[in-house]
Design a binder for this molecule. Structure first.
Ligand code: GDP
Length: 712
């Protein structure tokens, strides 16, 4: 379909990509080098000095980790392929690299079309790379692997390649090979063109160009072997090419490249490339490969959603001729322009000054200014077209995951789901003015981060915030103090337990007041049954023949939900159960919504108390990396923390201990590990699932909660 708009960058010259990596693999450095070579930044920053471009926030700089996703637009002229010497617009969606934020990674994956997985050439595939890889599989994101840090001591391209194949089960095929390793790493050999490129050594703040050289003698055999493998793998994915290949005919490079592009997009091949971002080597070929092989929105073709009126599935082609639809995937507060809503435009054209519908919230939104975010500048644009990623200033009710559409053509795109928080802490503002600022600050922060939740505790008057891990909450508290100057006392992080039932039981709730004035009458019987872990709550009514008039059933459910939220055993929400109302009675005059609500709440409490209530606790997936010598100590310590140690992986001189461990046992673990391993261990934690708390421990938790309640 021909584009009728005046867009400068046709669909096939747009790449929406994410750079996905384990913390410390070099995502920030690689992103920054990409921005440097694409000409939008003029000074090379160094992550160790905290001057990089994608690490926007002061705090990220201090910690050296990237927390939030920002989208940056940049342009690159590929040196070969069909887009040779024409600008391709590359939108880089920043995926967070820290484990506490895998939900954020997931959110970014939803809106990108292709990814570059950065791996540390010494470490190979690390725990989080595996997690993120599986998430990317879920969204079928085509990928290129960039084996970074080829200059580092212990760097091993082929061992890393093997770990990509073994651990990620990925169809990884070398696309270029490193020339030299460690200190001797000089450049790469491009297998298809059989050309060798070397970069000058050293980082001195200026970008280094590369030059073509002869393939080193000692690499010739490897180049031939891996080139044949690459060609064979490409040919296997294409019927015409396989015939040529088997018939011994030569296949032109252009044909191979075209077929490789198709294979990468269908996730049949993952090209593997070598480089060292820090030493400015191998980044330009990576950029060429992004343009040549990663999909454009045109390759993705369409997006599916639900028409909110008809509830039917509908699709939109990713072209400007379709009605506008887009997904808000990130809210960020920019110090200069205020609240920015990052939107992936899937179809149609979005015009500044126009009105659109937020179909998720059924609300109209006025589009104020539309911005294109470059590495260090913002550009105001009048229109954004299908396939693009932009930021909108001034949206009022749009949150992460909401769909924004043309008023006349409503559609709801699949939203982004985030796991429930597993840890919480109490905040108490110091003064009255802090109290006021606190609400505003937390509201702002929650707007940016959908994995972070705020709740008031009606009994203590405290504010409870919850999130995905200790570090997550630490960062939020830090931002609250620093960016919003709120002075507050912060409690210790508390594990977010839940309650559930273990067997089926019945209960009755009767709320009758008939002395004086207008009476109250609500009465119901209900049954509670356990549901499988993670399936949540379900409410059914089987009442027939008018034991309770149908208008009161929703009131019973309201009472049930309220009770389940409050908890019965120790004040934690009850989950994974089905509640069935099956009988009851009513009074012609005295029955009311409120009476049935109270009866519902009483009945569910009665039933649950008969249904073997128990506590559930979050179990974390835990991977501890330590030098071999410390393995015994670490495993011993984990075992004393109720961990189930699943096994160990050896990688060079390090061992990775894999375990599942209750979050409750892991508070302050980073410090413990540090002192146990002379600072040489690191830990990776992420929520896995909820499990029943052993009875003796549950009893302690319950009596502690009850003790605190009676004190206050
Ligand atoms: P991120 O956590 O994935 O964003 O990783 P960073 O880009 O912050 O890099 C982590 C550390 O690795 C920093 O100290 C970088 O200087 C270093 N680093 C990044 N790329 C390379 C590389 O190519 N070679 C070497 N030796 N170190 C690198």
């Amino acid at each position: 379909m021909k584009d009728k708009t005046t867009r400068l960058y046709p669909l096939d010259r747009i790449r929406n990509i994410g750079i996905i990596a384990h913390i410390d693999a070099g995502k920030t450095t690689t992103t920054e080098r990409i921005l440097f070579y694409t000409g939008k930044t003029y000074k090379l920053g160094n992550i160790d000095e905290g001057t990089t471009i994608t690490d926007w926030m002061a705090q990220e700089k201090e910690r050296g980790i990237t927390i939030v996703s920002a989208a940056v637009t940049t342009f690159w002229k590929a040196k070969s392929g069909p887009y040779k010497d024409t600008d391709t617009r590359i939108n880089i969606i920043d995926t967070p690299g820290h484990v506490d934020f895998t939900a954020e990674v997931e959110r970014s994956l939803r809106v990108l079309d292709g990814g570059v997985t950065v791996l540390d050439a010494e470490e190979g595939v690390q725990s989080q790379s595996e997690t993120v890889w599986r998430q990317a599989d879920k969204y079928k994101v085509p990928r290129i692997c960039f084996i970074n840090k080829m200059d580092k001591l212990g760097a091993d391209y082929f061992a890393t390649l093997k770990s990509i194949r073994d651990k990620l089960n990925a169809p990884a095929v070398p696309y270029n090979l490193p020339i030299g390793t460690e200190n001797d790493f000089k450049g790469v050999v491009d297998l298809l063109s059989q050309k060798a490129y070397v970069w000058e050594t050293g980082v001195d703040g200026t970008g280094k160009e590369f030059k073509e050289v002869d393939i080193p003698h000692d690499m010739k055999a490897d180049v031939e072997k891996y080139r044949n493998e690459l060609i064979e793998k490409i040919a296997e994915t294409d019927d015409t090419l396989i015939e040529k290949y088997l018939g011994g005919e030569t296949i032109e490079i252009d044909e191979l490249k075209k077929a490789l592009r198709g294979a990468v997009i269908k996730y049949k091949i993952v090209p593997v490339m070598a480089g060292s971002s820090l030493r400015n080597k191998g980044v330009q070929p990576l950029l060429d490969a992004i343009v040549e092989y990663l999909p454009s929105p045109k390759d993705i073709e369409k997006v599916e959603g639900e028409n909110p009126k008809t509830k039917e599935k509908e699709t939109r082609k990713l072209v400007t001729e379709e009605p506008y639809c887009g997904l808000a995937f990130k809210i960020q507060v920019d110090p200069h322009v205020g609240k920015l809503t990052f939107v992936r435009v899937y179809s149609g054209t979005l015009k500044s000054g126009s009105s659109v519908t937020n179909t998720t919230k059924s609300k109209k939104e006025r589009i104020g200014r539309i911005l294109l975010m470059h590495a260090n500048t913002r550009e105001e644009i009048q229109e954004a077209y299908a396939g693009e990623i932009i930021a909108i200033v001034g949206l009022k009710s749009t949150a992460t995951g909401d769909t924004l559409c043309d008023d006349q053509h409503p559609l709801i795109l699949e939203s982004i789901t985030f796991p429930d928080p597993v840890i919480s802490l109490a905040i108490e503002p110091e003064t009255k003015s802090d109290q006021e600022k606190l609400g505003y600050a937390l509201g702002r922060l929650a707007e940016e981060d959908p994995t972070f939740k705020i709740k008031g505790d009606p009994e203590t008057g405290q504010t409870i915030i919850s999130g995905m891990g200790e570090l997550h909450l630490e960062i939020i508290v830090d931002r609250m103090k620093r960016e919003f100057s709120v002075n507050a006392q912060v409690g210790r992080p508390q594990v977010a337990y839940r309650e559930t039932i273990k067997k089926e039981a019945n209960g009755e709730g009767k709320y009758i007041r008939q002395s004086g004035g207008r009476g109250q009458y609500g009465h119901c019987f209900l049954k509670v049954e356990p549901k499988p872990r993670g399936e949540g709550y379900e409410f059914v009514s089987t009442i027939k023949g008018g034991a309770i008039p149908s208008e009161f059933i929703p009131s019973i459910e309201k009472g049930v939900i309220e009770k389940l939220d409050q908890g019965i055993l120790a004040g934690y929400p009850l989950v994974d159960m089905k509640v069935t109302v099956y009988d009851g009675s009513f009074h012609e005059v005295d029955s009311s919504d409120i009476a049935f609500k109270i009866a519902g709440s009483m009945a569910v409490e009665d039933a649950a108390k008969n249904a073997q209530l128990t506590l559930l606790e979050p179990i974390m997936k835990c991977e501890v990396t330590v030098p071999e010598d410390f393995m015994g100590d670490v495993i011993g310590d984990l075992s004393s923390k109720r961990a189930q140690v699943h096994g160990t992986d050896h990688h060079g001189n390090s061992v990775i201990v894999n375990a599942l461990v209750p979050l409750a046992e892991m508070s302050g673990y980073v410090t413990t590990l540090r002192s146990m391993t002379q600072g040489r261990g690191s830990v990776y934690l992420e929520p896995s699932h909820y499990e029943e708390v052993p009875t003796n421990i549950a009893d302690k938790i319950i009596s502690k909660v009850k003790g605190e309640k009676s004190e206050s």
